[in-house]
Design a protein around this ligand. Structure first.
Ligand SMILES: [Zn+2]
Length: 401
């Protein structure tokens, strides 16, 4: 009897460990994760830095069901201008530095033929050009670069701007999010019921009746619940990720072979659902109108675009493309904020309030300094602004507005 219970406990421990590994996700340097405990506000999740490397870090999702409370958004791994593509994006996220994989290589549209992908890599002229956050992002980039390289040079700017505008379409993002939340709700329920069965029902039954007698009915129950989730997952995934058949198949195979994986099926549906929208839009959609965290994120996002960190790309055409993309992103962000004044507009463009004896501040991270200096120690390449200057600026803008 004693040894049978021990077997049961070992099995339960293995199932629990398998489940917990499914609660870990890798968040790349160019990605942000938004999470929420059930019924709570969405917030920016910070990956654990010591569980990471130069390219990203591990994030532990709340293991308590329901799953599917995580959405990611990714920066582009490249800059695109009407003249060409550069494997560098000057934007950074609150998680800090730019990913080490950005080479800064530049190719003009006239020199590009047949853009393609290899997994998460964007392939230009037969070479891996940039590593994207997901294969889907790589495919999207390959298709816009293909369209741009075939278009007449005079048409490229408007094509590119309308492609960017789609990433800032908050209405479409909200619509998609609501629709998905409705479809995923039933999967969340199934996952939660399965969780209770596996980690509470099974141990109680096994303790009462012994593992030997129950092993077949318990296994049958687990497989049945997992298959139910796999079926629902398949339907929802096909609806929201119609082109990602390989990812769909891989996820389903994992769930069938290892049922505890299916307990987190909803994560796989929400994770990249809004990934094609700009992080500032995703923050806004999830946090709704009054999210304080969203406006803080939006503020940092815009300030980073207004005052980008310096970079080592020296090639003139490459630098021009990086600057063009940065300016285009900033314009789109400010338009988004202006459309959505209630959420972020008010606090977003507020001037820094002078504290104590500060004589200057960093216009990017807004840290204030009591000693003179020309560059912010935390933001390489960003010149400090003296308070006397900024007060003048504020008065000027107030009189003109
Ligand atoms: Zn700074």
């Amino acid at each position: 009897m004693l040894s049978i219970i021990t077997d049961g406990q070992t099995l339960l421990l293995i199932l629990a460990l398998l489940y917990l590994t499914e609660c870990l996700i890798w968040v790349k340097k160019q990605s942000v994760a938004f999470v929420s405990a059930s019924g709570r506000r969405w917030r920016l999740a910070t990956p654990i830095s010591w569980l990471g490397n130069a390219n990203g870090a591990m994030l532990i999702l709340n293991p308590v069901p329901p799953p599917g409370r995580v959405y990611l958004s990714h920066l582009l791994p490249v800059s695109i201008s009407p003249s060409g593509v550069c494997a560098f994006n000057s934007q950074t996220l609150p998680s800090g530095a730019r990913p080490a994989t950005q080479t800064g290589e530049f190719i003009s549209f006239s020199a590009i033929s047949n853009p393609g992908t290899d997994g998460a890599y964007l392939v230009l002229n037969g070479q891996k050009f940039a590593k994207c956050a997901t294969p889907k992002q790589a495919k999207a980039l390959a298709s816009i670069i293909d369209a741009l390289s075939k278009a007449k040079p005079a048409r490229r700017e408007s094509l590119l701007r309308s492609w960017l505008a789609k990433q800032f379409d908050a209405r479409a993002a909200t619509r998609l999010w609501r629709e998905a939340e409705d479809s995923i709700a039933v999967i969340r329920w199934c996952c939660s019921i399965f969780f209770v069965f596996m980690f509470f029902g099974v141990p109680v039954l096994v303790t009462l009746y012994g593992l030997e007698q129950l092993i077949i009915p318990v296994a049958a129950g687990i497989v049945a619940l997992a298959l139910q989730i796999v079926f629902l997952f398949f339907r929802a995934h096909r609806k929201f990720y119609p082109a990602e058949s390989q990812e769909r198949l891989e996820s389903m195979a994992k769930m069938v072979l290892c049922p505890p994986v299916s307990l987190r099926a909803a994560d796989g549906l929400t994770r990249n659902l809004l990934a094609e929208y700009s992080p500032i839009v995703v923050a806004n959609v999830l946090a709704g109108q009054e999210g304080e965290g969203a406006s803080q994120f939006a503020r940092e996002f815009v300030l980073d675009l207004q005052h980008p960190l310096k970079h080592e790309v020296t090639d003139a055409a490459a630098a021009e493309t990086i600057d063009w993309m940065n300016a285009a992103q900033l314009k789109a962000c400010l338009e988004h904020v202006a459309r959505d004044r209630k959420a972020a507009g008010k606090s977003l463009l507020k001037a820094a309030q002078r504290e104590g004896d500060s004589i200057s501040y960093c216009p990017r991270c807004l840290v204030q300094f009591v000693v003179a200096g020309d560059e912010c120690p935390d933001c390489p390449g960003v010149v400090l602004v003296a308070f006397s200057d900024s007060e003048k600026e504020v008065t000027l803008s107030q009189t003109s507005g």
